[in-house]
Design a protein. Structure first.
Length: 335
């Protein structure tokens, strides 16, 4: 397969989280054809209604190449120039999936077996597909997870703590605010305290960061709001316990705190000859745990353009990634 054509084909299938069925079917067809012609097997791993992971394997998997098939909104189709392929998911992570499939072709042409491809749903929201895969391991001892790292091996990745804040008030006519209680005021008071929390630092990963990502509430401008909600994401650099406690204390008396997701920080091993980096984002690795083997994190693309209107991936990085993935699989199979 041609990695650039495959990347563009994948990008052109809208697969915002929870709508992965069409791209999953396309990936399943790709790897099924490859497996059928090379003595492998392919299957859909059901996650929930209309959502499934895609697995293909040759022999008994020792090494698994894995990335995710979902994207953040909004969707925009592919295009290319002399240097890059552009479009939603081009670097996060459909170009990575294309490079992995082409690396599998390379390995199979050499007669290499005992590896797998695993493509997951839901990474951009809550790693639903990874948690499902963790419940159905296949004996793999090493996991090569694909995220944009500029084709460098990550030595560590930050964790994530995702929370929802819910404030409850009493509705009233805005001409008589004394008869009500504003949920939005309570939410804003809690958020102001939260913004003042001192956050920890780590010598390798740097500073813990906090993002208030969404705020919603109220019913109309002439109604004292009886409900309000905010979503917060903290990028962790260590033990989540102190941060969780500080957030709960800041919100106390104002809002109800609901924890949605907690993914720990991850430290990875070096491999001789591979340049390294540190990343501040979270991946499917914590959700997969050790069920698919010791993890490594590497992939083409720049995370700074992922999730933006400028998302793109350099063609050379995509081509280089094919050889990088194949080389890493060979090394891990060799022990």
């Amino acid at each position: 397969m041609n990695v650039l054509e495959l990347t563009r084909s994948l990008v052109d299938i809208e697969s915002i989280t929870n709508n992965e069925m069409q791209v999953g079917s396309y990936l399943f067809d790709c790897v099924s054809n490859l497996a059928r012609n090379t003595g492998g097997r392919a299957e859909r791993m059901e996650v929930e209604a209309d959502r499934f992971n895609v697995l293909a394997y040759w022999g008994d998997p020792v090494v698994t190449l894995s990335t995710h098939m979902d994207t953040v909104p909004p969707f925009f189709a592919s295009r290319e120039d002399s240097d890059c392929v552009w479009g939603r998911g081009s670097c996060d992570a459909k170009g990575i999936a294309a490079s992995m499939i082409c690396a599998a072709e390379t390995l199979l042409a050499e007669g290499v077996r005992n590896f797998a491809l695993l493509f997951l749903v839901g990474e951009e929201r809550n790693s639903t597909g990874a948690y499902a895969a963790a419940r159905s391991p296949r004996g793999s001892r090493y996991l090569i997870n694909g995220e944009p790292t500029g084709n460098k091996l990550a030595l560590a990745s930050k964790g994530a703590l995702r929370l929802e804040l819910h404030a409850h008030g009493t509705a009233a006519h805005s001409a008589y605010p004394e008869l009500g209680k504003s949920a939005i005021d309570d939410l804003l008071d809690a958020l102001e305290k939260i913004r003042r929390i001192p956050l920890p630092k780590d010598g390798l990963l740097g500073s813990c960061t906090l993002n208030i990502g969404t705020i919603s509430g109220g019913r109309a401008p002439n109604v004292v709001p009886d409900c309000a909600r905010a979503e917060i994401l903290v990028r962790l650099v260590g033990d989540p316990g102190p941060v969780r406690a500080a957030l709960a204390a800041a919100a106390s008396g104002h809002t109800e705190v609901k924890e949605i997701l907690c993914a720990p920080t991850v430290h990875f091993e070096r491999v001789d000859g591979f340049p390294t980096t540190i990343v501040s984002y979270t991946t499917d690795v914590p959700a997969l745990g050790v069920s698919w083997g010791k993890p490594f994190l590497i992939g083409p693309g720049d995370i700074l353009v992922a999730h933006t209107a400028e998302e793109r991936v350099h063609k050379k990085e995509l081509s280089d990634a094919i050889g990088i993935y194949a080389d890493l699989v060979r090394r891990l199979l060799a022990g």
